[in-house]
Structure formats: structure tokens, C-alpha cells
Design a protein around this ligand. Structure first.
Ligand code: FDA
Length: 345
């Protein structure tokens, strides 16, 4: 069977583009199929439009996965320093905001322009407005799309998770993984605000807290909203739920509890340090920054992201059961897993 491509990447987000660039640099003929009219829509809205593209303090402990060792190999292969080198090569100005989080000074668009330029240099063909409907395999893989059929001996599934359906998130990756015999760790919204009824009058108030769920704690700002709780401490701990959540509203004496909060918790002294909010749910995939769960890592090679069940089939980025903390870690996982697949395919 003749194929025009050595590798077809499904999904033109951070992970897919990195995989395509690296494979292209190795002389592979690569196409990226993207159903939006342009690549990288999530990059564009990330980090409030400035893209928190990596974190200087990236460690395996910043990632949640059923197998806590899985992400180590890819993260060591492609580090924050490697991505910073790429950003500097393209003269993109950036700054550290807080806690090692690196953001573009100007706009996330610059990251997209950089990736497009790298794709061009590596001879990668980007095919926008191309929705992949099905994937089959005989001698090669056959990709059925809204614009026709493609064949290739190598496929990278980089179609992301379920977060923010209105900009193109689909369950395509999970569907294909199941079709080829892969187990899926149940996808759930992560880095997501929580629904906690009864505190609407505090909406807009923010205070530093320690949020805990089993052995994990985050000391950061928490924000009361009309529907419940948000802010970095809550987004971080949301990825660990449904473990029981406890909040210390005054982690030390130097923290002055906002008056309105103090009033709401008056007479409930125990609650100041061990408040157990009644969480009725999350704001769901519409508001979740990422999807936790995904393709079970036990059936993937940690070095290359290739399926252990189906040679030539790779899974990268958010579709895999690896979820980063808030702060640039999810993009670092996308770059690193994409890079690893691109080196192998
Ligand atoms: P991603 O979702 O980016 O790409 C998948 C692509 O596949 C999409 O372009 C989609 O259209 C396409 N696709 C899906 N199904 C398809 C089909 N059937 N056919 C063709 N194409 C298909 N992280 C971080 O580290 N720093 C940050 O600042 C932020 N900020 C942020 C803000 C907001 C609002 C959100 C929602 C998320 C973030 N994130 C983040 C998370 C980060 O954006 C996310 O983890 C990565 O973009 C994941 O990259 P992927 O390439 O895996 O998926």
C-alpha cells in the first residue's frame, strides 16, 4: 500500500504540533489534521492570552497519573530549558510571573507563530478544517476525514481531552483508544472551580488558605464565587477530588482573614482551620482547564508514547492519563510527550 505520509498527527494543539515538528526534522513526511480553521486555539486562550508555556520548577511530582513514574522519562527528555531555547530562538519576550511560571510578555499568538514557523521549516503539512471521523488499520492506518482519506504507517493521537467543548474538544482520542483495546482512566474535569452552595454573599472575596485532600496540600489564594470556590488553591486541589477536602482559612497568624469571611464563620472557631465545604460538584468540562484521566499509561511506552498493543499508534498530550498542576505544567507535558513521540515515529 502506498502512503503519502510517514506519520499523521490527529490534532493541531501543543502536543501534536511538537510531535509533528520533531518527526519532520527527522525527515519524516508528516501531516497534521485539525478540525478547527486554525491550529492551537487552546494555546491562544491560555494563561489569560499570554500562555504560561512552561514552569522552571517542573518535577514529576507536579503531575497526577495512576502510575506516578510514567511521566519521568519524557519530562527528562525534553525539559523546560529546551522549550525556553526554542522560545529564545524565535525572539519571544517572556517573564516569570510567580512560582517559576513563564508567560509571554506580549501574546500567546507568538507561540502559535513559532510553532507554525517550525512546522514550515520541518516540511510539516498542516491541514485545517479537517475533522477526523474514524481510524482503521489493515496494512497501514486509514484515516477517514471530512476532506477525504489519508493513509500512513504511523499515527499520533493528539486530540486532547474534554475541556472547553466550545473550542473544539472531542472524545475522539478516547474513542480510538478503546477501539484499539486500550483502557481509559475515567476522564474528569480538573483545575476546575467547585460548586459550594451557601456562600454567595462572599462572592469576590479572596484570601490565602491551605487546601488539603488526603495527603496533598496547596497554600495559595482561594476566591469565593457566586457558585462556590475558585482561585489557584481550589483549582489545584480540584484535580485530587473526590478525596475529602479540608480548608484552613487562616494557615498562620500573619494572615488577616477578610472581615466578611470572619463574619460568615463567626462562632465556628474549629471551622477556621478545618473547614469542610459541602462540595456539590464542579463547574464541569465547560470551565475545567484540563481533563484528568485518559489513556491508561500502563499500555504505553514511557519513552516513546507508542501503544504497547498497536505498533505505530502513539498517544500524546492531554488525552493521556497525565495531568499537570496549574502553572505551565500541562504545556510542558504536551511539549515533552509530543517530542518523545516525534523522536520515535
Ligand atoms: P489540545 O486540546 O490543545 O489540542 C487538541 C487539538 O485536537 C485541538 O486543536 C482540537 O481542535 C483537535 N481535535 C480534536 N478532535 C479532533 C478530530 N476528531 N479531528 C481533528 N482534530 C481534532 N496549560 C498550561 O500549561 N499553561 C496555561 O497557561 C494554560 N492555560 C489554559 C487556559 C485554558 C482556558 C484552558 C482550557 C487550558 C489551559 N491550559 C494551560 C491547559 C493546556 O491548554 C492543555 O493542557 C494543552 O493545550 C493540551 O494540549 P494537547 O495538544 O494535548 O490538546
Amino acid at each position: 500500500m502506498h502512503s503519502d505520509y510517514d506519520a499523521i498527527v490527529i490534532g493541531g494543539g501543543a502536543a501534536g504540533l511538537m510531535a509533528a515538528i520533531e518527526a519532520g526534522k527527522r525527515g519524516r513526511r508528516v501531516a497534521v489534521l485539525e478540525h478547527n480553521d486554525r491550529i492551537g486555539r487552546k494555546i491562544l486562550i491560555s494563561g489569560g492570552g499570554r500562555c504560561n508555556f512552561t514552569n522552571l520548577h517542573c518535577r514529576p511530582e507536579n503531575f497526577i497519573c495512576e502510575n506516578p513514574h510514567f511521566a519521568k522519562s519524557a519530562l527528562a527528555r525534553y525539559t523546560p530549558a529546551d522549550f525556553i531555547t526554542l522560545v529564545q530562538k524565535h525572539h519571544i519576550q517572556y517573564h516569570e510571573k510567580t512560582l517559576g511560571q513563564l508567560f509571554c510578555d506580549r501574546s500567546a499568538t507568538e507561540i502559535i507563530t513559532m510553532l507554525e514557523s517550525e512546522c514550515r521549516d520541518a516540511g510539516v503539512r498542516i491541514v485545517p478544517n479537517c475533522r477526523v471521523n474514524a481510524l482503521d488499520r489493515d496494512e497501514h492506518f486509514r484515516v477517514s476525514t471530512s476532506t477525504g482519506e489519508f493513509t500512513s504507517p504511523g499515527i499520533v493521537i493528539a486530540s486532547g481531552g474534554l475541556s472547553i467543548p466550545k473550542i473544539g474538544a472531542t472524545d475522539f482520542g478516547y474513542r480510538i483508544a478503546r477501539q484499539f483495546g486500550h483502557r481509559i482512566v475515567s476522564p474528569r474535569p480538573a483545575l476546575v472551580p467547585l460548586l459550594v452552595p451557601g456562600y454567595g454573599e462572599l462572592a469576590g472575596v479572596s484570601t490565602e488558605v491551605v487546601a488539603s485532600a488526603s495527603k496533598t496540600t496547596f497554600r495559595e489564594k482561594m476566591l469565593f464565587t457566586h457558585r462556590g470556590l475558585s482561585g489557584p488553591a481550589i483549582l489545584q486541589i480540584s484535580s485530587y477530588l473526590p478525596a475529602a477536602l479540608s480548608i484552613d482559612l487562616q494557615p498562620d497568624e500573619s494572615i488577616h482573614i477578610p472581615k466578611r469571611v470572619a463574619r460568615a464563620f463567626e462562632g465556628q472557631v474549629d471551622d477556621i482551620h478545618h473547614w469542610i465545604p459541602h462540595v456539590t460538584g464542579t463547574e464541569g468540562f465547560e470551565k475545567a482547564e484540563v481533563t484528568a484521566g485518559g489513556v491508561d499509561t500502563n499500555q504505553l511506552s514511557s519513552k516513546t508514547m507508542e501503544s504497547r498493543l498497536v505498533p505505530g499508534l502513539y498517544f500524546v498530550g492531554e488525552v493521556v492519563d497525565v495531568t499537570g498542576h496549574l502553572g505551565g505544567f500541562n504545556f510542558q507535558w504536551a511539549w515533552a510527550s509530543g517530542y518523545s513521540a516525534g523522536q520515535s515515529i
